[in-house]
Design a protein around this ligand. Structure first.
Ligand code: ADE
Length: 243
């Protein structure tokens, strides 16, 4: 899968997405990430991409022409026949969740537009964006961090990026429940021992214990995940019952 990020701060995005699992997935060729500097498409000698808002008000607005021209440059580099989607990351968008990440992971090319200042001229958004996505009900200074979050959570669904599909099928949220607690050595730490069942080698009992802890944790921390549309508790979450 190919990610194309349109931004005024390419270095900010590159710094995050060149490390760790995403950095390795890029090196191994499972995904590509390319940044496009919107400022390269400012058609004036000062490379100015923003202007004061019509109607007055605080702050500056990113102008439509450099955004649209940058988007054209991105499209130009995408092979004909590839499936693609352009997402504008914005606090006005639909809140990002696992289902959205799964849906977006099915495209060949995902173009992400990052805004800054007081936002982007509405005509550019209408022209280039297929949808708007927010990472939560709070406002950040720009779309670069949301773009990195989107690339991260979509990338880990791409085959090869994680070592084993069970890495993303079994964990919190994806299964409909929060993930069970995990333990590693030492066996005892600050007087607390690893639950005996995990040392038993009995896979059926371990699965049952993990499922029960998942359900318990979800009830305690995220009861909303267990509720259906009528507000009633579902029978054990969306995920497959284990054990
Ligand atoms: N840009 C600024 N705030 C944002 C948010 N919460 N989600 C996505 N993009 C944003």
């Amino acid at each position: 899968m190919n990610f194309h990020i349109m931004t005024l701060f390419p270095g900010m995005v590159e710094a995050v997405l060149s490390e760790s699992i995403i950095g390795r997935a890029r090196e191994a060729g499972f995904i590509t990430v390319k940044e496009y500097d919107i400022r390269d498409h400012a058609n004036n000698k000062h490379n100015k991409v923003d202007d004061t808002p019509y109607g007055g008000g605080m702050g500056m607005v990113m102008a439509a022409p450099p955004v649209c021209e940058c988007h054209n440059a991105v499209l130009y580099g995408i092979p004909i026949g590839n499936s693609r989607r352009t997402v504008y990351v914005s606090p006005k968008g639909r809140i990002l969740d696992h289902g959205t990440a799964v849906r977006l992971s099915r495209y060949d090319d995902l173009i992400i537009l990052c805004g800054h200042y007081e936002g982007i001229d509405e005509r550019a958004i209408e022209e280039v964006a297929d949808e708007q996505i927010s990472i939560g009900d709070y406002v950040l200074t720009g779309g670069e961090l949301p773009a990195c979050i989107l690339v991260d959570c979509v990338s880990r669904l791409i085959p090869g990026v994680l070592p084993d599909p069970s890495c993303y099928e079994d964990e919190s949220i994806a299964s409909g429940l929060l993930e069970y607690p995990q333990y590693t050595r030492p066996y005892e730490y600050k007087g607390k021992k690893v639950p005996d069942v995990l040392l038993s080698g009995h896979h059926g009992n371990i699965s049952k214990w993990r499922y029960e802890r998942s359900l318990e944790l979800t009830r305690e921390l995220r009861p909303d995940l267990l509720k259906d549309a009528d507000g009633e508790e579902k029978s054990g979450g969306k995920g497959k019952k284990r054990g």
